[in-house]
Design a protein around this ligand. Sequence first.
Ligand code: PLP
Length: 235
Amino acid sequence: MNEIANNLETIEKKIRAACERSGRKRESVTLIAVSKTKPLSDIEAAYLSGCTQFGENKVQELMEKQKHCSLPLSWHLIGHLQINKVKYLPGAVKLIHSVDSEKLAAEIDRQAAKHGVVMDVLCEINIASEESKFGILPEQAVETVKRIATSFGHVSVKGLMCVAPRTDDAQTNRPYFRAMRQLLESINGELGEDKRLSELSMGMSGDFETAIEEGATMVRVGTGIFGKRDYEITA
Ligand SMILES: *Cc1c(COP(=O)(O)O)cnc(C)c1O
C-alpha cells in the first residue's frame, strides 16, 4: 500500500474513534484532503483511497490542478480570498471556507449572479483574535455573519470556519473549537429557521480529533494525509 493510502487509513480510524467518543455518526464529519503544494499524482492517489473532497488555499493553484484533473472531485477554497480572484470561482468550487468581510461576500454575490448560481460559503472567524490571521473577530461575528447571511441572494452561508492557533497540544485548542460552536448557536438564534447554519469547518492534522469532539462537521487535513510540504504557504 502506498504512503497516502496508509495515512488515510490512519486518519479514517481516528475520525471514527472521535465520532464514537462523542456519540456522533461518522457521516456527520466530512474529511477534506488539503492538497496545497502537492502534485496531481498525490491527489489521484488520495482519490483512489476514497477521498472526493479536496482543499486548496490559493485560487491559481486550485484552477491549475482542476484544469488538469479529470476525476470527479469537489474543490474547496480554504485560504484567504482576494476580491480580484472571486471571478474564477463560480462553477469551480463547491464551497468557499474563507469569507471574512461583507465586501468580499458582496463580490461573490455579484460574480455568482453573473453566472446564475448561488455560491455556498462559510464565514471565517479569527477565533483566537490572532494578529497574524484573517477572519472576523469573535466579538463582531454575530452581527457580521448575520448581515452576510441575510443580504445577498446569490450567497448562501452554510456555517463557520476557523484556523486555530498552531500548537503541539490539541487540547489547548479545545476552548476555541467550543467557542466556535457557541458562536454558531448564537448566530442561529438571530437567523430565521430557513437560514440556520449547520457547518463547522475546523480542525487540521494536529487537532482534528479534538475539533470533532467539539462539533466539527468538516476537518481539513493536509500533512496527515500527504506528508510534509516542501515549502510552507503563509495564511
Ligand atoms: C494548510 C491548511 C490546512 C491543513 O493543514 P495541515 O496542518 O497540513 O493539516 C487546513 N486549513 C487551511 C486553511 C490550510 O491553509
